[in-house]
Design a protein around this ligand. Structure first.
Ligand SMILES: O=C(O)CCC(=O)C(=O)O
Ligand SMILES: [Fe+2]
Length: 312
């Protein structure tokens, strides 16, 4: 299998949004980000504002979480689809995950930690909370860059960020059997707006090219992978690509990954801004409530859910 050549964008260490905004460097960076979302629907970011030590702490903390007894992990139930603890799902037997709402808010991180460790685990809570906060900041920065590059009014960005919520997912993929199933996560597009992913050193993420071929994404140790989801694809009138991806396990090491999934709030509408419709880009999606689309997807799992549900 070929290795995917997805763009790598370096965010300068001193990237301070307020200071850099409007500068030529900043504009160049914004264009790079948008172009990557248009051509590939994903890219990698080197982002020094999340220190290596925090990433390492997160991976150690996650291992302890997944090492808890099955009964304890099963206590985590969340009414949102795909968020409750998922252990032995027959479709993806190697996959285990938790989806935690708004873990960047201290109370949410505390509540989750308390459920898993009734005797307390302040270190876990602190790591979970600060990692999700920093990943949410990165997510919002990238959204802002996309808006800037489209030359759109700031009010759109404000609306999008104000009307969004996030889920922090922690995932473990078991070592595959020598012979037999090695799929870690089935092919899908993310339904949310934008995803920021991070993983341990075990590779396995694959993306589908526009030609329909699978390519492996080799993620460098310090990189974050950014993935465009259906909500952003629809909002951008199809200009940004919601890339199809999956996880395939090989070798004899467990894979751990975690991701920040930002998405429109309950009740929020996705509507293509007028600026993104013209003769060359006729309107592709009608306005719709994200939550309704998500419910539609959950009950009609289909690769073309977005086109069927919101296509004009
Ligand atoms: O584990 C990964 O790297 C990818 C996870 C993913 O695609 C998802 O949870 O939607
Ligand atoms: Fe995904």
């Amino acid at each position: 299998m070929d290795e995917a050549k997805i763009p790598v964008v370096e965010f300068p260490g001193e990237l301070s949004l307020e200071r850099e905004k409007g500068s030529e460097n900043w504009k160049e960076l914004c264009n790079k980000v948008r172009e990557a979302c248009e051509s590939h629907g994903c890219f990698m970011v080197m982002y020094e504002k999340i220190p290596t030590s925090l990433r390492e702490d997160m991976l150690v903390a996650m291992k302890a979480l997944f090492d808890l007894p099955e009964d304890t992990k099963n206590k985590y139930q969340n009414p949102k689809p795909y968020c409750s603890y998922q252990g032995k799902c027959p479709v993806v037997p190697l996959h285990e995950s938790f989806g935690i709402d708004d873990a960047h808010m201290l109370e949410a991180a505390q509540e989750f930690t308390q459920l898993m460790w009734p005797q307390g685990n302040p270190a876990f809570c602190e790591i979970l909370n600060s990692m999700s906060l920093k990943m949410l900041e990165l997510n919002n920065t990238i959204l802002e860059m996309i808006f800037e590059s489209f030359g759109m009014e700031e009010k759109h960005y404000d609306e999008l960020v104000r009307d969004s919520t996030s889920i922090f997912r922690v995932m473990k993929y078991r070592v595959p059997p020598k012979e037999g199933e090695n799929i870690g996560l089935v092919p899908h597009t993310d339904k949310n707006a934008l995803t920021v992913l991070c993983q341990n050193e075990v590779q396995g993420l694959e993306i589908m090219t526009k030609q329909g071929l699978w390519e492996s994404v080799v993620v460098p140790k310090d990189a974050f992978v950014i993935v465009v989801g259906d909500a952003l694809k629809a909002w951008s009138n199809g200009r940004l690509v919601a890339v199809k991806h999956r996880v395939v396990m090989k070798g004899d090491k467990e894979r751990y990954s975690f991701g920040l999934f930002s998405m429109p709030k309950e009740g929020a509408m996705i509507e293509v801004p007028r600026e993104l419709v013209d003769n060359e880009h006729p309107l592709l999606y009608r306005p719709f409530k994200f939550a309704d689309y998500f419910s539609y997807f959950v009950s009609n799992i289909s690769d073309d859910a977005l086109e069927i549900y919101a296509g004009v």
